[in-house]
Design a protein around this ligand. Structure first.
Ligand code: NDX
Length: 256
């Protein structure tokens, strides 16, 4: 049966960090080509309706750690921290897989990116789940440690901001519509990438709560993946809407 190989965790986390840097260098100059940044002049590649695409893409991030958690034998009952933290990860991806896609009004998603997105979700789902279930060791009072409590608080706050902001984006469209409007309300008052800001806060919170290399690598990956995207959204809005609020920042309220 499976056991913890610290070398494997180190290798997979390092590769995740390297992928993050690769993304940063790729996507600072040109945005990843989906949603409002898809090139319309190119020959249309294969696309899948947003619902199917987001469901398929995110499913492994829920399924892989959930299966690792359920199938571990003998079941790991101690410490409580490991299971709680693994459940937090699964909880986010339960939302992202089974709830978010069914309400989205996004345009069809490129198959090629869907393929890479799925590979990424398998990889990351395995890394986070494997580490928490087979490797992580926490003292029995981890649940009262300041890292766990403050990290959990940030995680919940970020998740709240992310879900609320994605709801505000969705309400900009009637069903069937694919046009872009100026997002209003919530944290969009301050930043163009409010949903991304929430997601980044969420995963840094998770990293602090787990105090682990894989989770910090994933938080860094998230920052490098959707940070540049927030910047490109911001530029898109400034270019498209002459009445775009001048005080609004790209990603971090009042700062950047
Ligand atoms: N999926 C994470 N890399 C990604 C998909 C793409 O969950 O090859 C990362 C995720 C993947 C990426 C994933 C991994 C890396 C990939 C990349 C593609 C290339 C890249 C594979 C897995 C790659 C290397 C080089 C390493 C191999 O029509 P529409 O769709 O634009 O409509 C939008 C709508 N909307 C508006 N409606 C009206 N008016 C407006 N002004 C509007 N603005 C937007 O709102 C959408 O329906 C919806 C949201 O749009 P948007 O663009 O704000 O968010 P989106 O990027 O679609 O993300 C949706 C949610 C969001 O909450 C975000 O935080 C979360 O998913 N997310 C997204 C990406 C990654 C991620 C989280 C993470 O890293 N944690």
């Amino acid at each position: 049966s499976m056991q913890c190989f610290p070398g494997l965790v180190l290798a997979l986390s390092s590769l995740l960090g390297a992928l993050a840097l690769l993304q940063l260098s790729l996507y600072l100059r040109v945005p990843s080509r989906y949603g409002k940044h898809e090139e319309r002049l190119c020959r249309p590649r294969g696309r899948l309706p947003a619902r199917c695409a987001w469901f398929l893409q995110e499913l492994p991030s829920f399924l892989v750690p959930a299966l690792l958690l359920a199938l571990r034998s003998p079941p790991r009952l101690e410490p409580l921290g490991c299971r709680l933290l693994c459940c937090l990860f699964c909880w986010h991806y339960f939302y992202r897989t089974f709830i978010y896609p069914f309400f989205t009004r996004g345009r069809p998603f490129p198959l090629q990116l869907l393929f890479f997105g799925m590979l990424f979700c398998i990889y990351n789902g395995f890394l986070q789940g494997y580490y928490l279930i087979y490797c992580a060791e926490y003292p029995n009072d981890w649940c009262t440690d300041i890292r766990f409590t403050s990290g959990l608080l940030l995680f919940l706050l970020g998740m709240g901001i992310n879900i609320h902001s994605d709801l505000l984006l969705r309400q900009l469209r009637k069903p069937g519509e694919v046009t872009y409007k100026i997002p209003q309300g919530g944290l969009f008052t301050y930043v163009s990438g409010a949903n991304y800001f929430g997601e980044i806060v969420e995963w840094f919170g998770f990293a602090i709560a787990t105090w682990s290399l894989p989770a910090f690598a994933f938080a860094f990956f998230t920052l490098c993946c959707i940070g540049p995207r927030a910047y490109h959204h911001h530029r898109y809005y400034l270019k498209t809407f002459t009445d775009y609020p001048k005080s609004r920042k790209a990603l971090i309220p009042f700062v950047f």
